[in-house]
Design a protein around this ligand. Structure first.
Ligand code: ZN
Length: 131
């Protein structure tokens, strides 16, 4: 069965073959997040054109706003605090904790959903099953 687009994105797989990993290593760790330049399975160049991942900033911005608004409201509801420092500390911590997630998934959303030039080719997965 072919991997769904959403499942491939969640597991940070290549948008063309849905087999190769887009990133080296895990999202959370002490090593710097590094992207493969080309897909290790099908050879797709992830940065289609120079500066392509600047567009991921818009996706990352949307993620950040969603996280900050949700956590700000949750903090307000749970603590009922009127001190701005409670919010500053919670949101600052949240921004730092979510940064690796935002970096990774903003690029993956860009590659999987917002890049019409990249088309999924199921034959790469079919070729694996024959081996
Ligand atoms: Zn690939």
């Amino acid at each position: 069965m072919a991997t769904s687009r959403f499942s491939a994105m969640i597991h940070s797989k290549c948008p063309k073959c849905r087999v190769g990993n887009v990133f080296e290593g895990a999202a959370y760790g002490f090593k710097k997040q590094k992207m493969h330049e080309h897909c290790p399975h099908c050879g797709l160049k992830f940065e289609i054109e120079p500066g392509y991942f600047y567009a991921a900033m818009y996706v990352s911005y949307a993620f950040s706003v969603a996280e900050v608004v949700t956590l700000g409201l949750a903090t307000g509801l749970l603590t009922k605090s009127e001190s701005p420092w409670v919010y500053v500390l919670v949101l600052l911590a949240a921004i730092l904790i979510f940064a690796p997630f935002n970096l990774r998934y903003s690029r993956l959303v860009l590659l999987h959903y917002l890049s019409p030039k990249i088309i999924y080719n199921p034959s790469y997965q079919d070729a694996l099953k024959k081996d």
